[in-house]
Design a protein around this ligand. Structure first.
Ligand SMILES: C[S@@+](CC[C@H](N)C(=O)[O-])C[C@H]1O[C@@H](n2cnc3c(N)ncnc32)[C@H](O)[C@@H]1O
Length: 242
């Protein structure tokens, strides 16, 4: 695939399935409060089909009120890595996507506790956000412990497939870093196979985490169960820095 995305923007995205969980156990009263009091101000407008049925591109400057670099976390789970990055890099804006509402509520609690002001939250599918982001609008992307879909017949549901990677490449700035962490060897295999043809160069891979890494809940679970984390870094083609 060339550096230039084929289509800048698809106004008629395909109907798509989401196979993960949207709800878990009953939310605590405090978490219901975070959702009703905080999410309205933190969620970007114009992302969902209801909000933006014509799928008009959104202006990312509207997320944080200025033209700061925007980093994207796909499937932030409980949000610990997002809040850590937002606190560590106050000059950037972190936008995260997570359809699992219990995870969103956990993130909101962490945002309150940390007092960070540079986080935006799409409580839904990353594909809906990517549909309406302009080309080259994301300066870094994180995919931490994506759903493994271990059965061979489900491997096409993994995030590291063209359905997700082609839109991701379109919205990423040339030279921008894309980081993937996983504990599943076959996920590493598929990542190394499928990410480069979408328009990324491999920068590094191995068992050494990034300097600014914060171990996530899923990583902790993997470690307890004896699995080995693996960290892969790509760079979006077409630029020199990331
Ligand atoms: C295994 S969990 C890992 C959560 C977290 N990143 C961590 O490391 O603890 C994978 C997460 O990805 C989310 N996810 C799956 N498909 C997604 C999609 N299309 N867009 C956004 N998030 C997605 C799931 O809801 C789930 O919370």
């Amino acid at each position: 695939m060339s550096d230039t995305p084929k289509s800048a923007f698809d106004p008629n995205p395909p109907r798509r399935n989401f196979y993960g969980r949207r709800h878990g156990k009953t939310l605590r009263q405090s978490q219901k409060g975070y959702l009703s009091e905080d999410l309205g101000d933190l969620r970007p407008r114009g992302i969902t089909l209801q909000d933006n049925p014509d799928r008009k591109p959104v202006d990312p400057a509207g997320f944080f009120g200025d033209d700061r670099p925007i980093w994207l976390e796909i499937g932030f789970g409980g949000g610990e890595h997002m809040v850590h990055m937002a606190a560590r890099y106050p000059q950037i804006g972190m936008i995260g996507c997570e359809p699992f509402i219990n995870g969103v509520a956990m993130l909101l609690g962490k945002i309150r506790a940390a007092g960070v002001g540079n986080v935006s939250v799409h409580p839904g599918d990353a594909r809906d956000l990517m549909d309406v982001l302009p080309d080259a609008s994301i300066s870094r992307a994180f995919l931490n412990y994506p759903d493994p879909w271990p059965k061979a017949r489900h491997h096409r549901r993994r995030f590291v497939t063209p359905e997700h990677l082609v839109p991701l490449a379109r919205v990423m700035r040339p030279g921008a870093q894309f980081r993937v962490a996983t504990d599943i060897p076959d996920y590493v295999r598929q990542t190394l196979e499928e990410v480069p043809p979408a328009g990324f160069d491999l920068v590094s891979e191995g068992s050494q985490p990034w300097d600014d890494w914060l171990s996530t809940r899923y990583e902790q679970k993997a470690l307890r169960e004896g699995r080995v984390p693996h960290y892969v870094t790509f760079r979006r083609q077409g630029g020199e820095t990331g």
